[in-house]
Design a protein around this ligand. Sequence first.
Ligand code: PLP
Length: 419
Amino acid sequence: MDTNHLKDAFIINYSFRYSLVYLLCIFLHFSIIYISRMSNLTSGIVQIIRENFATNDFIPLHPPVFSGNEEKYVLETIKSTFVSSVGAFVDQSEQLTSQITGIQKSIAVVNGTAALHIGLREVGVTFNTEVITQSLSFVATSNAISYLGASPVFVDVDLDTLGLSPVKLSMFIEEFVEIREDGYPYNKKTSRRISACVPMHTFGFPCKIDEISKICQKYNIPLVEDCAESLGSSFKGTHTGNWGKLSAFSFNGNKIATAGGGGMICSNDVEMGKHLKHITTTAKVPHPFEYVHDEIGFNYRMPNLNAALLCAQLENIYERIRLKRILAKQYAQQFKDKNIKFIQEPEHSTSNYWLMAIQFENQQQRDEFLINSNAQSVQTRPIWKLMTELTMFADCQADDQTNSTLLASTVVNIPSNPF
Ligand SMILES: Cc1ncc(COP(=O)(O)O)c(C=O)c1O
């Protein structure tokens, strides 16, 4: 009997199995190398963060720090009974914000979203118009646009500033925008008026706002700066919020200065400022006892109780920024030594380093770091999901979003507020 074919079958079967085992070993070998590299990477970063905060306890991303007159001012307010929308601290918080930003008029409101809503309305954003903004932002920017019945149009950001790119803005305008007979800019694709442009100073890093401002002026597009994250940040020596018609700041609990909840609309146009104050206080005509309102207004005024907290925070803003910048400098050196990219303030700018961030080579590394660092009680978080990926805004016009997509999948915020 010829058994050669059996022998051949055995040899083929044997070598096939042998190859499989061999491939499996290679796979396991590289998996082990990858997992140990990853856990080295995570523990290296976690170690750097723990060294800077000098604690083995939970380290939050950005807790509020109350080291000044917070308790004193809040108690004073309660004792005075002026806890609501009229009171000395409201006026004082507006003056302090103007001193810090160099912007002439500041109007205290209930939160940053309300500041954006009213600011956009004031510059002429109306139903069925479009507002150019970035999809790499907190949802409030696009929400405020939508409250007015307008649609956001998303233009990409720059990799160095994380904010709206003037180059991409020019490209978008050249392709889609025309000035019509009425003197206003329109989107050729949709025939809708472009009623504003809202760049955002991401994590406190100023975007290239001088170039953006020039483009907006050339095309008669009102510029509104979303400065929710950039109190204390300046570009070419000028505080953010000074470059357009007006700007919106946030004093939410996670911001560099907090009112518990609060916001500020700021403008160098004093008349506009006066009108903003009027409509955010229900458009009530001043009178000792009568209630007369001369247009549809909003009950958006910041309560005095919140303003008391805010005043104490604003008194300490420069010390807070000083401490944050020391931490940023330390992080920058420590991450450089470990070959990890720490995002630093872009050229020509001074950042408040509100939220500090590192960037990974790819999304898988980022995801593993997020899981491991949070499991080790160090709070970290990814950038927001891009607005273009949220169902409400998925149908809005957008350019290629190359940089936004890369940043959204690789950047992580790390603890940023020294206790
Ligand atoms: C970019 C941006 N815009 C707007 C807001 C809205 O501010 P608020 O939470 O005070 O409404 C925030 C933050 O919260 C923000 O980060």
